[in-house]
Each structure stands twice: as structure tokens, then as C-alpha cells.
Design a protein around this ligand. Structure first.
Ligand SMILES: [Fe+2]
Length: 178
């Protein structure tokens, strides 16, 4: 059996002696998170009711591919090996949300409300993570890494805003009427 991409280059929890170690620790965490989300988004897409939301998810999946590439670049520019660390908390959040999504009625807008809620919880986690990472990269003298992290931070904010608009314009009222 071949190893899942989520099992490759996984490092053990090393001691954090200073801010550079914390930066690397958080980079490992968010790289694993992006790869996990890329896989989960494919599954979530299969539960979606509305075409608008499906399109929003597919667009963000393409962004995740770019975000994974950017993170690998960040490891390179700060001279660290590309590694990942499983993010147990985020995994539990998504798995819990998947159970709730599956408990909603197939083909309902309530299901889409539930999916958007899951996606936005994740986006807010990522916005917090990339905001911290960008700031740490600046403080530690890695302007090129900070620039890459800021590009992803802006994409995450934009994705969050798009999911809000989809919910407000196309989903919430229909869900309330079901
Ligand atoms: Fe992301």
C-alpha cells in the first residue's frame, strides 16, 4: 500500500527553543493542514446542493494547490527542509463538521448552510495562522517568505468573503424556507 501524501515528511514534535523554531513548527502544521483540506474539499464537494457553492469550492481547491506550492517555497527561502506535522485539532473540527453535514437532508439548502459554516471555520483558522506566519517571517528577517505568506493570507480572506456572499445571496433564505 502506498503512503498517503499526508504521511510523507511528517516530523515529530521537536522542542521549540525560540521564535525561529516556532515559525518552522507553524509552517509544518499549516502545510499538513492544506494537504488535508485539499483532500477533504473533494469529499465536501460531493455533498453540495447548489452549483454556486460547488463552483466556489472548486475555485478554492485550485487556490489550495497554489498555497501548497507557496508553502514549499517558504521552506526553501528560509533554508529549512519541507516537513509537515499532523494538525489534530483542525482534523477533529473537520471530521466533526462532516458528521453534521451528513446528518442534513440530501439535496437541501440547509446542507449547504452547514457546509459553508464548516468552510468558514476553516478559513478563519487559516487567516489566523497565515497572519501569524507573515508577522513572524517579517520579525525574523525573511521578507521573501513574508511576501509569499501574505499572498496566501489575502487568498484566504477573499475565499472567506466569497463564501459569505454565496450564503447571503443564494443559500440562506432558501434554506430558511425549506
Ligand atoms: Fe488555504
Amino acid at each position: 500500500m502506498s503512503a498517503s501524501p499526508l504521511d510523507l515528511n511528517v516530523s515529530n514534535n521537536a522542542e521549540i527553543k525560540g521564535l525561529p523554531d516556532f515559525l518552522v513548527h507553524q509552517l509544518k502544521d499549516i502545510l499538513w493542514t492544506e494537504k488535508f483540506l485539499r483532500r477533504q474539499m473533494s469529499e465536501i464537494r460531493s455533498y453540495v446542493t447548489s452549483a454556486r457553492l460547488r463552483m466556489g469550492i472548486e475555485n478554492h481547491m485550485k487556490e489550495i494547490d497554489k498555497q501548497i506550492w507557496r508553502l514549499e517555497e517558504v521552506f526553501l527561502v528560509i533554508n529549512e527542509p519541507v516537513q509537515m506535522q499532523p494538525n489534530v485539532g483542525l482534523k477533529a473540527l473537520v471530521q466533526d463538521a462532516m458528521k453534521t453535514i451528513k446528518a442534513t437532508k440530501l439535496g437541501s439548502m440547509v446542507r449547504d448552510v452547514c457546509i459553508i459554516n464548516c468552510l468558514q471555520k476553516v478559513e478563519h483558522y487559516e487567516i489566523a495562522s497565515y497572519g501569524t506566519l507573515k508577522t513572524l517571517a517579517i520579525v525574523l528577517g525573511h521578507p521573501q517568505a513574508a511576501d509569499l505568506l501574505e499572498q496566501t493570507l489575502n487568498e484566504e480572506k477573499n475565499a472567506d468573503a466569497i463564501f459569505s456572499t454565496i450564503a447571503e445571496v443564494f443559500i440562506n433564505e432558501q434554506a430558511a424556507g425549506e
